[in-house]
Design a protein. Structure first.
Length: 299
Protein backbone atom coordinates (compact mmCIF):
# COMPACT_ATOMS: atom_id res chain seq x y z
CA UNK A 1 0.00 0.00 0.00
CA UNK A 2 1.41 3.42 -0.97
CA UNK A 3 2.16 5.65 2.02
CA UNK A 4 0.67 8.76 0.46
CA UNK A 5 -2.49 7.21 -0.95
CA UNK A 6 -5.75 8.31 0.62
CA UNK A 7 -7.88 5.26 1.32
CA UNK A 8 -11.65 5.16 1.63
CA UNK A 9 -13.29 2.41 3.65
CA UNK A 10 -14.55 0.54 0.59
CA UNK A 11 -11.23 0.80 -1.27
CA UNK A 12 -9.30 -0.42 1.73
CA UNK A 13 -11.63 -3.34 2.31
CA UNK A 14 -11.32 -4.44 -1.31
CA UNK A 15 -7.54 -4.12 -1.31
CA UNK A 16 -7.05 -6.03 1.92
CA UNK A 17 -9.62 -8.69 1.03
CA UNK A 18 -7.84 -9.33 -2.28
CA UNK A 19 -4.50 -9.50 -0.46
CA UNK A 20 -5.90 -11.96 2.09
CA UNK A 21 -7.27 -14.10 -0.75
CA UNK A 22 -3.85 -14.08 -2.41
CA UNK A 23 -2.23 -15.18 0.86
CA UNK A 24 -4.93 -17.84 1.44
CA UNK A 25 -6.21 -16.33 4.67
CA UNK A 26 -9.45 -18.02 5.70
CA UNK A 27 -12.61 -15.89 5.53
CA UNK A 28 -10.72 -13.02 3.87
CA UNK A 29 -13.55 -10.51 3.53
CA UNK A 30 -14.97 -11.16 6.99
CA UNK A 31 -11.49 -10.83 8.48
CA UNK A 32 -10.92 -7.49 6.75
CA UNK A 33 -14.33 -6.18 7.81
CA UNK A 34 -13.98 -7.16 11.45
CA UNK A 35 -10.45 -5.78 11.77
CA UNK A 36 -11.24 -2.47 10.09
CA UNK A 37 -14.49 -2.20 12.01
CA UNK A 38 -12.58 -2.61 15.25
CA UNK A 39 -10.18 0.20 14.35
CA UNK A 40 -12.94 2.58 13.26
CA UNK A 41 -15.45 1.60 15.95
CA UNK A 42 -17.95 0.49 13.31
CA UNK A 43 -20.07 -2.61 12.86
CA UNK A 44 -19.82 -4.41 9.52
CA UNK A 45 -23.03 -2.71 8.39
CA UNK A 46 -21.72 0.71 9.44
CA UNK A 47 -18.60 0.17 7.34
CA UNK A 48 -20.73 0.00 4.21
CA UNK A 49 -23.00 2.81 5.27
CA UNK A 50 -19.81 4.88 5.56
CA UNK A 51 -18.12 3.35 2.52
CA UNK A 52 -16.64 6.65 1.29
CA UNK A 53 -15.22 7.64 4.68
CA UNK A 54 -11.48 8.38 4.59
CA UNK A 55 -9.30 6.15 6.77
CA UNK A 56 -6.76 8.42 8.47
CA UNK A 57 -3.09 7.61 8.81
CA UNK A 58 -3.20 6.61 12.49
CA UNK A 59 -6.18 4.36 11.81
CA UNK A 60 -4.42 2.89 8.80
CA UNK A 61 -1.34 2.19 10.92
CA UNK A 62 -3.36 0.32 13.53
CA UNK A 63 -5.26 -1.59 10.84
CA UNK A 64 -2.00 -2.69 9.22
CA UNK A 65 -0.78 -4.00 12.57
CA UNK A 66 -3.92 -6.11 12.97
CA UNK A 67 -3.66 -7.36 9.40
CA UNK A 68 -0.09 -8.49 10.01
CA UNK A 69 -1.31 -10.64 12.89
CA UNK A 70 -4.02 -12.12 10.67
CA UNK A 71 -1.48 -12.91 7.96
CA UNK A 72 0.48 -14.87 10.56
CA UNK A 73 -2.61 -17.01 11.06
CA UNK A 74 -3.81 -15.62 14.37
CA UNK A 75 -7.62 -15.89 14.56
CA UNK A 76 -9.55 -12.63 14.33
CA UNK A 77 -11.25 -13.40 17.64
CA UNK A 78 -7.92 -13.51 19.46
CA UNK A 79 -6.66 -10.40 17.68
CA UNK A 80 -9.73 -8.47 18.81
CA UNK A 81 -10.11 -10.34 22.11
CA UNK A 82 -13.80 -10.80 21.39
CA UNK A 83 -16.30 -13.34 20.11
CA UNK A 84 -20.08 -13.11 19.87
CA UNK A 85 -22.00 -16.06 21.27
CA UNK A 86 -25.78 -16.23 21.57
CA UNK A 87 -25.91 -12.49 20.98
CA UNK A 88 -23.50 -11.74 23.83
CA UNK A 89 -19.92 -10.52 23.61
CA UNK A 90 -17.30 -12.78 25.21
CA UNK A 91 -13.70 -12.00 26.03
CA UNK A 92 -11.41 -14.62 24.46
CA UNK A 93 -7.70 -15.18 24.05
CA UNK A 94 -5.31 -18.09 23.59
CA UNK A 95 -6.20 -19.44 27.04
CA UNK A 96 -9.63 -20.59 25.84
CA UNK A 97 -11.33 -22.16 22.86
CA UNK A 98 -13.14 -19.74 20.56
CA UNK A 99 -16.92 -20.33 21.00
CA UNK A 100 -18.56 -21.77 17.87
CA UNK A 101 -22.11 -21.35 16.55
CA UNK A 102 -22.67 -25.09 16.99
CA UNK A 103 -22.31 -24.69 20.73
CA UNK A 104 -25.25 -22.29 20.73
CA UNK A 105 -27.30 -25.35 19.74
CA UNK A 106 -25.97 -27.13 22.81
CA UNK A 107 -27.28 -24.31 25.01
CA UNK A 108 -30.69 -24.45 23.33
CA UNK A 109 -31.05 -28.22 23.54
CA UNK A 110 -29.80 -28.36 27.12
CA UNK A 111 -32.38 -25.81 28.25
CA UNK A 112 -35.10 -27.53 26.24
CA UNK A 113 -34.24 -30.82 27.94
CA UNK A 114 -35.15 -29.16 31.24
CA UNK A 115 -38.47 -28.05 29.78
CA UNK A 116 -37.59 -24.36 29.94
CA UNK A 117 -39.75 -22.14 27.75
CA UNK A 118 -38.12 -19.86 25.23
CA UNK A 119 -37.40 -16.53 26.85
CA UNK A 120 -38.87 -17.65 30.16
CA UNK A 121 -37.54 -15.90 33.24
CA UNK A 122 -38.89 -17.81 36.24
CA UNK A 123 -37.38 -21.27 35.78
CA UNK A 124 -34.98 -22.58 38.44
CA UNK A 125 -32.34 -25.28 38.07
CA UNK A 126 -28.90 -26.35 39.22
CA UNK A 127 -26.60 -26.89 36.26
CA UNK A 128 -23.09 -28.32 35.98
CA UNK A 129 -20.99 -27.12 33.02
CA UNK A 130 -17.97 -29.42 32.63
CA UNK A 131 -15.10 -27.94 30.63
CA UNK A 132 -16.43 -24.39 30.78
CA UNK A 133 -13.55 -22.74 28.90
CA UNK A 134 -14.53 -19.14 28.20
CA UNK A 135 -17.69 -19.67 30.24
CA UNK A 136 -19.88 -19.09 27.20
CA UNK A 137 -22.34 -21.85 28.11
CA UNK A 138 -22.55 -21.08 31.83
CA UNK A 139 -22.76 -17.31 31.35
CA UNK A 140 -25.36 -17.53 28.59
CA UNK A 141 -27.60 -19.82 30.61
CA UNK A 142 -27.28 -17.60 33.68
CA UNK A 143 -28.04 -14.52 31.62
CA UNK A 144 -31.13 -16.11 30.08
CA UNK A 145 -32.49 -17.43 33.36
CA UNK A 146 -31.68 -15.33 36.44
CA UNK A 147 -32.92 -17.99 38.88
CA UNK A 148 -30.62 -20.81 37.79
CA UNK A 149 -27.34 -21.62 39.54
CA UNK A 150 -24.39 -22.94 37.54
CA UNK A 151 -21.23 -24.72 38.64
CA UNK A 152 -18.60 -24.09 35.96
CA UNK A 153 -15.70 -26.56 36.04
CA UNK A 154 -12.42 -26.63 34.18
CA UNK A 155 -9.04 -28.25 34.72
CA UNK A 156 -7.36 -25.11 33.36
CA UNK A 157 -6.90 -22.32 35.89
CA UNK A 158 -6.17 -19.96 32.99
CA UNK A 159 -9.51 -20.80 31.36
CA UNK A 160 -11.34 -20.22 34.64
CA UNK A 161 -9.76 -16.77 34.87
CA UNK A 162 -11.26 -15.87 31.48
CA UNK A 163 -14.62 -17.41 32.39
CA UNK A 164 -14.78 -15.33 35.58
CA UNK A 165 -14.10 -12.18 33.55
CA UNK A 166 -17.00 -13.03 31.27
CA UNK A 167 -19.32 -13.69 34.22
CA UNK A 168 -18.41 -10.28 35.64
CA UNK A 169 -18.84 -8.71 32.23
CA UNK A 170 -22.44 -9.90 32.06
CA UNK A 171 -23.24 -9.40 35.76
CA UNK A 172 -23.97 -13.06 36.47
CA UNK A 173 -21.09 -13.86 38.82
CA UNK A 174 -23.52 -14.35 41.71
CA UNK A 175 -25.16 -17.22 39.79
CA UNK A 176 -21.97 -19.09 38.88
CA UNK A 177 -19.52 -21.00 41.06
CA UNK A 178 -16.15 -21.68 39.45
CA UNK A 179 -14.33 -24.88 40.35
CA UNK A 180 -10.88 -26.07 39.31
CA UNK A 181 -11.17 -29.83 38.86
CA UNK A 182 -10.27 -32.60 36.41
CA UNK A 183 -13.10 -34.86 35.24
CA UNK A 184 -10.67 -37.79 35.19
CA UNK A 185 -9.82 -37.54 38.91
CA UNK A 186 -11.40 -40.07 41.26
CA UNK A 187 -12.35 -37.31 43.68
CA UNK A 188 -13.96 -35.13 40.98
CA UNK A 189 -17.49 -35.45 42.38
CA UNK A 190 -16.35 -34.61 45.91
CA UNK A 191 -15.20 -31.16 44.73
CA UNK A 192 -18.70 -30.21 43.62
CA UNK A 193 -20.51 -29.18 46.78
CA UNK A 194 -23.66 -28.10 44.91
CA UNK A 195 -24.40 -31.65 43.68
CA UNK A 196 -26.77 -33.17 42.78
CA UNK A 197 -27.64 -31.24 39.62
CA UNK A 198 -30.69 -31.08 37.39
CA UNK A 199 -28.51 -30.92 34.28
CA UNK A 200 -24.95 -31.68 33.24
CA UNK A 201 -23.89 -29.95 30.04
CA UNK A 202 -20.52 -30.35 28.38
CA UNK A 203 -18.70 -29.42 25.19
CA UNK A 204 -15.69 -31.66 25.84
CA UNK A 205 -12.50 -32.12 23.84
CA UNK A 206 -13.60 -34.61 21.18
CA UNK A 207 -11.16 -34.45 18.26
CA UNK A 208 -9.01 -37.61 18.09
CA UNK A 209 -5.30 -36.93 17.98
CA UNK A 210 -5.23 -38.71 14.61
CA UNK A 211 -7.30 -35.84 13.16
CA UNK A 212 -5.20 -33.05 14.64
CA UNK A 213 -2.96 -32.67 11.59
CA UNK A 214 -5.91 -32.00 9.25
CA UNK A 215 -7.36 -29.14 11.28
CA UNK A 216 -6.96 -25.57 10.04
CA UNK A 217 -3.46 -24.27 10.80
CA UNK A 218 -4.84 -21.34 12.82
CA UNK A 219 -6.69 -23.80 15.06
CA UNK A 220 -3.62 -25.99 15.57
CA UNK A 221 -1.27 -23.09 16.14
CA UNK A 222 -3.34 -20.85 18.38
CA UNK A 223 -6.25 -22.60 20.12
CA UNK A 224 -5.54 -24.67 23.26
CA UNK A 225 -5.15 -28.32 22.30
CA UNK A 226 -6.31 -29.42 25.75
CA UNK A 227 -9.74 -27.96 24.93
CA UNK A 228 -9.98 -29.68 21.56
CA UNK A 229 -8.33 -33.06 21.43
CA UNK A 230 -7.82 -36.33 23.30
CA UNK A 231 -6.01 -39.51 22.16
CA UNK A 232 -9.18 -41.27 20.95
CA UNK A 233 -11.71 -38.42 21.08
CA UNK A 234 -14.16 -40.24 23.39
CA UNK A 235 -12.35 -40.23 26.74
CA UNK A 236 -14.20 -37.20 28.10
CA UNK A 237 -17.60 -38.61 27.15
CA UNK A 238 -16.74 -41.75 29.11
CA UNK A 239 -15.47 -39.82 32.14
CA UNK A 240 -18.46 -37.48 32.38
CA UNK A 241 -21.04 -40.19 31.79
CA UNK A 242 -19.43 -42.40 34.43
CA UNK A 243 -19.45 -39.54 36.95
CA UNK A 244 -23.05 -38.60 36.21
CA UNK A 245 -24.62 -41.12 38.60
CA UNK A 246 -22.99 -39.30 41.50
CA UNK A 247 -23.84 -35.86 40.17
CA UNK A 248 -27.39 -35.92 38.73
CA UNK A 249 -30.71 -36.02 40.49
CA UNK A 250 -33.01 -38.94 39.56
CA UNK A 251 -34.50 -37.92 36.22
CA UNK A 252 -31.69 -35.41 35.64
CA UNK A 253 -30.43 -34.59 32.14
CA UNK A 254 -27.06 -35.04 30.44
CA UNK A 255 -26.32 -33.07 27.28
CA UNK A 256 -23.13 -33.19 25.18
CA UNK A 257 -21.81 -31.53 22.07
CA UNK A 258 -20.69 -34.31 19.71
CA UNK A 259 -17.95 -35.07 17.29
CA UNK A 260 -19.91 -35.61 14.07
CA UNK A 261 -18.80 -39.25 13.89
CA UNK A 262 -19.25 -40.12 17.58
CA UNK A 263 -23.04 -40.18 17.95
CA UNK A 264 -23.48 -43.96 17.93
CA UNK A 265 -20.61 -44.61 20.32
CA UNK A 266 -21.76 -41.97 22.80
CA UNK A 267 -25.35 -43.20 22.52
CA UNK A 268 -24.22 -46.72 23.43
CA UNK A 269 -22.16 -45.32 26.28
CA UNK A 270 -25.10 -43.40 27.72
CA UNK A 271 -27.35 -46.45 27.35
CA UNK A 272 -24.79 -48.56 29.22
CA UNK A 273 -24.98 -46.17 32.17
CA UNK A 274 -28.76 -46.35 32.19
CA UNK A 275 -29.76 -43.16 30.40
CA UNK A 276 -33.08 -43.22 28.59
CA UNK A 277 -34.88 -40.97 26.07
CA UNK A 278 -31.56 -40.47 24.30
CA UNK A 279 -31.89 -37.97 21.49
CA UNK A 280 -29.37 -36.98 18.80
CA UNK A 281 -29.81 -33.62 17.03
CA UNK A 282 -28.10 -32.25 13.97
CA UNK A 283 -26.28 -28.96 13.43
CA UNK A 284 -26.70 -26.37 10.67
CA UNK A 285 -24.71 -28.58 8.28
CA UNK A 286 -26.86 -31.65 8.92
CA UNK A 287 -24.21 -33.39 11.03
CA UNK A 288 -24.90 -35.14 14.34
CA UNK A 289 -23.91 -32.51 16.91
CA UNK A 290 -25.93 -32.73 20.14
CA UNK A 291 -26.90 -35.72 22.27
CA UNK A 292 -29.04 -35.70 25.40
CA UNK A 293 -30.50 -38.27 27.73
CA UNK A 294 -32.33 -38.72 31.04
CA UNK A 295 -30.94 -40.35 34.17
CA UNK A 296 -33.21 -43.10 35.54
CA UNK A 297 -35.49 -42.03 38.38
CA UNK A 298 -33.88 -44.76 40.48
CA UNK A 299 -30.12 -45.04 40.31
Amino acid sequence: MEELKVWSVVELLKRVTDFFVEKEVSEPRLSAELLLGSVLGHSRLELYLNHSKVVHEDELRRFRGLCRQRLQGRPVQYILGEQCFYGLGFTVDERVLIPRPETELLVEHALESLGFSNGGRREEAKILDIGTGSGCIAVTMAKLYPLIQVTAVDCSVDALTVAKLNAQRHNVESQISFVSADMFDEDFASKLSAAPYDLIVSNPPYIPNAEWAVLQPEVRQYEPKIALSTPEGVECYKAVTAQSKKLLIPGGKLCFELHADAAEEVKKLMSFYGFSSIKVSKDYAGLDRIISGTMPVEH
